[in-house]
Design a protein. Structure first.
Length: 284
């Protein structure tokens, strides 16, 4: 005896989006239909097939399932009307493992070398050569701190040290593109207990960059490929024929750019961080 079909009640669709102006609470009511394979199935069997209490709303941000009801049809004992009520008014659950993730955003400032200007052009001197030393300036990135109750130390935690996201994921309703987030801190404090349920607070911080975490240094060096033999290397020379004593700009093929400009210099791309799927993280 079991539920053999569970689907949204689109034929007689109904729902509410009610706002309590004092608390700011929003509620969402979604009707479903459940079909069982036996007329003797109970409401417990039906509700066991529904989303669990505390589950996030499929589209409404920060709303969670707070009430479930199942009513048997008077016309067919195998048909049940199921109503799921979601609310944004979160109260601490009796089960700590049902608590939604706590997410906090902040920014951090840091100094970094700038290779390109705001328009994407290379930062070079009036002669077209790279600046020595490189230009330094302030920058800021978002840091997202997440706390989630878990019943054990996640078995995959050792694989998420200093890694970037391999694919796009959504955090707090914000989509983050691949390789734009990096795990920076993981913390798992001692066990706690609520209502005889033991749990630990798994917390971690992610640094979000406006660009990817790939490294893009200027393609430059004091040697270049030999035009007569691409497997050999020869020294770079200044425009007045003196052997270079500082790195000179190179093109994508490894040959010296004779007259570099801020639009002709080339930047390399290195993926130095390992990747993991951040969609596997407890983000809700």
């Amino acid at each position: 005896m079991a539920v053999i079909k569970f689907y949204r009640k689109y034929g007689a669709r109904e729902g509410t989006d009610e706002i309590d102006r004092q608390s700011g609470r929003k509620t969402h009511v979604i009707p479903w239909i459940a079909i069982t394979d036996s007329a003797t199935d109970t409401e417990q069997t039906v509700l066991a097939a529904a989303p669990a209490a505390g589950s996030p709303h499929p589209t409404a941000y920060r709303s969670y399932l707070r009430h479930r009801s199942a009513k048997q049809s008077i016309d067919n004992a195998c048909v049940w009307d199921v109503v799921l009520t979601y609310s944004s008014d979160f109260q601490q659950s009796e089960n700590p493992l049902a608590d939604p993730a706590e997410i906090n955003w902040s920014t951090e400032m840091f100094q970094r070398p700038y290779e390109k200007d705001k328009d994407g052009y290379g930062i070079v001197n009036a002669a077209g050569d790279p600046l020595i030393p490189r230009l330094q300036g302030d920058d800021a990135r978002w840091v997202v701190n997440v706390r989630k109750n878990v019943d054990a130390v996640p078995s995959w935690v050792l694989n998420y040290r200093n890694v970037v996201n391999s694919s796009a994921f959504v955090i707090d309703g914000i989509s983050v593109a691949a390789r734009c987030a990096k795990m920076s801190r993981v913390e798992i404090p001692p066990w706690q207990q609520r209502n005889d349920i033991w749990y630990r607070v798994f917390s971690f911080a992610m640094q979000l960059d406006g660009d990817t975490w790939d490294k893009n240094p200027l393609n430059q060096g004091m040697r270049q490929k030999d035009p007569a033999n691409s497997n050999a290397r020869i020294d770079c020379y200044t425009s007045w024929g003196v052997r270079a004593t500082v790195p000179m700009a190179l093109n994508a093929n490894g040959y010296q750019i004779v007259e570099p400009t801020n639009t002709s210099v080339v930047y390399l791309n290195f993926k130095i961080y390992k990747e993991q799927d951040f969609n596997a993280l407890p983000l809700v």
